[in-house]
Ligand binder design. Sequence first.
Ligand code: GAL
Length: 678
Amino acid sequence: MGEAWPWPGRLAFGADYNPEQWTPATQDEDLDLMVEAGVNLVTLAVFSWSRLEPEPGVFDFEWLDRVIDRLWSRGVHVDLATATATPPAWLVRRHPEVLPVTADGTQLEFGSRQTYCPSSPIFRQHAVRLSRELARHYRDHPALALWHVSNEYGDELSRCYCDVSTERFRAWLQHRYSDLAALNQAWGTDVWGQRYSQWGQIAAPRKTAAPVNPAQRLDFERFSSDELIELLRAEVAVLRAECPNVLVTTNFMGLFRDVDYWRMADSEDVVSNDAYPDPADAASHVSAALGFALMRSLKPSTPWLLMEQAPGAVSWRAVNAVKPPGQMRLTSLQALAHGADGIMFFQWRASRAGAERFHSALVGHRGPVGRTWSEARDLGRELRGLGEIAGSRVIADVGLLVGWDSWWALDAGEALPSVRFSWLEQVRVWHEALFRLGITVELVNPDCAQFDHRMLVAPNLFLQSAEQAERLERYVESGGHLVVGPFSGVVDETNAVHLGGAPGPLRDLLGVTVDEWCPLPDEESQVVAYAGAKLDAVSWTESLERTTATVAGTYERGWLAGRPAVTVNRVEKGSARYISLVAPTADLEVLLRDALESAGIKARAQSSADVEFVTRRGAHATYLFVLNHTANVVDVDVPTPSVDMLTGRREEHTMTLLPRGAAVLRSTVQTNQEQRCV
Ligand code: GAL
């Protein structure tokens, strides 16, 4: 009998499988090879709509029945896609309005993938119809472990500017603002003479002569994200109605700008993620860690699944670097360390034809030989030995506040004090500083009802509402420690500037007011004197006025010399720090190390991005993952004598990790309870 995923005591291992690209003989071989590699879950039918419904209303599930039955005869479960990631040719030819339109008015052609307008009622209706048919057909199949809705929503196309989208945008705005006067007020349409006297005058923000209205653009980002979420919801509703016992997922893409994953994750049961760190980037494991942290934070009480990663090279970068030996295993173990209960790949067998023919696969064009294949089999074996980790949870003391509204509001790239201030870059640098200090973070939604981490770090809160600020105040008053980065508390929900000076509704909490933002041109830098050290400010500084905060660091150069750069405000039982500069990672580490210390959180003595420690706690044991992200042999201290589950060896005092090596140290000593946002 099959079981729905997640599986207690067992990790998932498998790949996207596209049998329709292969002959029956090759499919036979696939089954044997899957058993040999220990594959227990495959994703099927992601791009199979045109096969499953070759003509309108004519369904052909026979070929898929055969595949699923045969997989199941070998004990392989199925993560069954709803196949709606790409509409079939007949659909777009019958209804050309399904084809999306870009901001410059170009209608995109069929012949690639994901060529549909997310707002198209025709597309939605057909997608739901196909999902319903599939759910009715497969709901009792014992192989069915999980539903995989669509694929990477918004990846190829997330914003459509066609007439249908424009109509839906207007309806969305009517729902949000009720009357036009409220919209004119919220969008500040008196600036540049943009007042609307009828709803029908409002358009999606297509290409304009000069910068588009920032409130309009922000609402369009929200609307477009909502439309993709609506699409997911529509399919999920029929799957749940027809097949209530099988959980539903859709694969995410780490920290992806175009969809608010806090909201999208609410509409699925299981979070899954696709991760493609660039092997040519020596720091890509740090951004992978950030994406993994987001995944486990979206649904803290359920494990997530690494749905896709490349076994070797991808085929969509300018230069597609190969993963060196051991890298595929290390990234897989890193995902496990961060709470994944399954490791999957794109894809099982490398395609001969089509746009991804140069993408790596577990079984390459040479067949089941070569380095990747042998690493895949080893990984399958190793994962079988780690089954007891399934269901355990990651321990994180620090919350990293990350909200899509600030990202969208700030990410305009035009009409801002500086184009060099990047929301994503700030989040990455602040996360990297914490990573180097050995801190495992949980990502926290700024709209969370209550904050529970001992320390909250906000790299940027550009958009800050009064309600959000109030919750942060309550958090700090009750003993929380908050650190806020530059250019925060600037605008409200409508992207209009808070009067009275930044950080707007956070002024009292932080005890400072910004008099002026002082972005730095490329050739200029600034120095900050902080606790006996000299720290660099790059690209961004601010002229601050202190109200109740204590000054912890001051600018040194030019007319800002002597003015506050870093401040600490003690508020009842907690503290609120403001860092007004953009600092390089190493300097940010100095600032964050102090903040951690005053929150009573221990940072690593020696900063390092090379060796990562992450702990998962289970009912009976704790698992410390130690990951060597370098190409060198490294010695690490073993905090508690314990057995490495990967080697079976007992490790004490220090242990040696091979290049790209790892250890999973199992101990029955329980660590302290972590705190989280509920
Ligand atoms: C993902 C996608 C897969 C495959 C993969 C290649 O974005 O979901 O279908 O195209 O990239 O790296």
